[in-house]
Design a protein around this ligand. Structure first.
Ligand code: ZN
Length: 194
């Protein structure tokens, strides 16, 4: 396998990139200015070293605490629970939510051997002390997302916290990352309280 073929193979492993697109990108990189290639290569190789999980909410950021947790103007009485760091970006882009986030890093999925202990649930419960009044569960509209939401609702209800879930308008099986801003905004405003 030559270098071009090897790069094509590596690129084809990226999400959403098929064999054809991978080949097109590899040819593009072969022709493009090498300064760009060097920049891209160094950004990729230093990514894991620079980006880490926020100590409070678990979203990816540079440094110990993310800019949202660090922002004194954010509403500390609301926590929006998401599956992945990328979901908080989707919600943030709607401009609808002004509270804080909590990233679970997945969902309860017995078939894949993922239980509550594998997710950031204890840290969520620890955050739900006196200042938090509402937890908005924004897990995806999938079987695993629903299972996780129900589990969290049962735990949070014991703490006497208002718990709501994004529901209306979100397509079944929908992944927040791919749903448009308007739909997320609407489902935020029409969230259902448990
Ligand atoms: Zn944070």
């Amino acid at each position: 396998m030559d270098a071009l073929e090897a790069l094509t193979l590596s690129l084809s492993k990226l999400p959403g990139i098929g064999r054809k697109s991978a080949r097109r990108i590899a040819f593009y990189l072969l022709k493009t200015d090498n300064r760009y290639n060097e920049l891209l290569a160094s950004q990729i190789s230093s990514l894991k070293e620079k980006i880490r999980e926020c100590r409070i909410c678990g979203t990816y950021c540079e440094g110990e605490i993310c800019p949202i947790c660090d922002n004194p103007r954010r509403d500390r009485s609301q926590i929006c629970v998401v599956e992945h760091s990328s979901d908080s970006i989707s919600i943030e882009n709607t401009g609808e939510f002004h509270g804080l986030y909590h990233v679970l890093h997945g969902t309860i999925s017995p078939l894949d051997g993922i239980g509550p202990q594998d997710l950031s649930i204890n840290s969520l419960l620890n955050r739900c002390d006196g200042t938090v009044k509402e937890v908005i569960i924004a897990t995806n509209a999938t079987v695993e997302g629903d299972t996780t939401a129900l589990y969290l609702i049962s735990l949070l209800k014991e703490k006497n916290i208002k718990v709501s879930r994004l529901a209306s308008g979100l397509p079944v099986g929908g992944d927040l990352e791919y749903i448009d801003k308007m739909t997320i905004s609407r489902s935020f405003r029409g969230r259902i309280e448990f």
